[in-house]
Design a protein around this ligand. Structure first.
Ligand SMILES: *Cc1c(COP(=O)(O)O)cnc(C)c1O
Length: 368
């Protein structure tokens, strides 16, 4: 099967389990495994199944992502990180999802919904977590308004405030001073919420580098997949994903001939080139046109010319023994060489998160 794919990604679930265990051991708190965006391109269902004894809760971005996990048989608590549209209250109750809440309108809709759905008995409550805005300023209840909001929520008999959380703006930066201001703002509301069992703040960067942010649980995403969000590396993480493609064409072109759309690369002399059947549709950054490298035959070789939608071309050395069907590594190791996601992201002027989440549907994930 693997041998018949033009491009695929190998996902090492064992690496994700080890990363989860290492993070949990470092922080000594509960683990909310962030599997939004299809587990950062690794596949939310297999990743959640692999983490079922390690994670205390799974976090996703949307109600739809939560429903997909429930339909796949995930029974652990599923947390929606962003306060959903009020009209999604029906689905949240029906699929027993735990939503972030930052407005009363949505809270009221949830409260009405639990009464409506007959499978719930009259004293059953739906759990919610309050999203607190401590300075990221993209969602959440302002930290100075939390006690007022809690008073309003107490009127709603169908809801149980099971958690309260905030999210950092700069935890991945060298300068942690604003992160500490956010922790102080969050801590300032805690005397009023001692009855709320789960207080959580830390993303990967904070889980790895800001112990004061660990509270009752941490909420790592990128680090589960083996990628460091910042310079701090207190534990060994193992990258879980290797992206491969195959050689589709090998030929030589004459000196002065151009390659790919726009002919932006010109062969300085007679040059062997290989066509690789992967392109920007698959999520390989077009920004790597003429500047990226891949591993082929155990060596780094340059991408020549533009990355197309479905193809790109690699320059070979005359000594390279490459033929159609040979393996090409876009991200990961081949023999003694490695191309890291950090290198790809830097050349594409973006972050590893975007490289991972852009890897397309055509790239079949193969699990080991
Ligand atoms: C995505 C997200 C996380 C995880 O962030 P990482 O940097 O991937 O660890 C945690 N909390 C919230 C609210 C998020 O949106």
């Amino acid at each position: 099967m693997e041998a018949k794919l033009q491009t695929h990604a190998e996902v090492n679930l064992n690496a994700i389990q080890n990363n989860g265990l290492a993070i949990k051991a470092l922080v000594g708190k509960q683990l909310i495994a962030v599997v939004k965006a299809d587990a950062y391109g690794h596949g939310a269902i297999p990743v959640s199944k692999a983490l079922h004894t390690i994670a205390n809760m799974f976090a996703v971005a949307t109600v739809q992502e939560g429903i997909e996990l429930r339909e796949a048989g995930i029974q652990a608590p599923i947390f929606i990180l962003f306060s959903p549209l009020p009209e999604l209250a029906t689905e949240i109750v029906a699929f027993d999802l735990t939503a972030a809440v930052d407005n009363l309108d949505f809270a009221q809709r949830l409260n009405q919904e639990i009464a409506k759905q007959p499978k719930h008995n009259s004293n059953e409550r739906i759990k919610i977590h309050i999203d607190v805005n401590t300075g990221l300023n993209r969602c959440g209840v302002h930290y100075t308004q939390v006690s007022k909001f809690l008073t309003e929520l107490r009127e709603l008999q169908g809801l149980k405030v099971a958690g309260i959380f905030t999210h950092f703006a700069t935890a991945d930066e060298e300068d942690k001073s604003f992160a500490h201001i956010q922790i102080e703002r969050f801590a300032s509301i805690l005397p009023n919420v001692s009855d709320i069992p789960m207080k959580h703040v830390a993303n990967s960067a904070a889980a790895l580098a800001i112990p004061e942010s660990h509270f009752d649980a941490v909420r790592p995403g990128i680090s589960l997949y083996g990628i460091y969000p910042a310079n701090e590396k207190p534990i060994q993480l193992q990258p879980a994903l290797t992206w491969k493609a195959r050689v589709g064409w090998v030929d030589s072109i004459e000196a002065g001939e151009g390659v790919s759309y726009g002919l932006m690369y010109k062969a300085p002399s007679r040059t062997r080139v290989a066509g690789i059947q992967v392109g920007f549709e698959d999520g390989y950054p077009r920004a790597l046109s003429n500047i990226g490298e891949v591993l082929i035959g155990g060596f780094r070789r340059p991408i020549v010319g533009r990355v197309c939608m479905d193809m790109m071309v690699v320059g070979l050395e005359t000594s390279d023994k490459i033929s159609v069907g040979d393996e090409v590594v876009l991200i990961g190791k081949q023999d003694n060489e490695e191309i890291t996601i950090y290198e790809i992201a830097e050349k594409a002027n973006t972050i590893p998160y975007q490289i991972l989440t852009n890897i397309g549907k055509r790239v079949k994930r193969i699990y080991s």
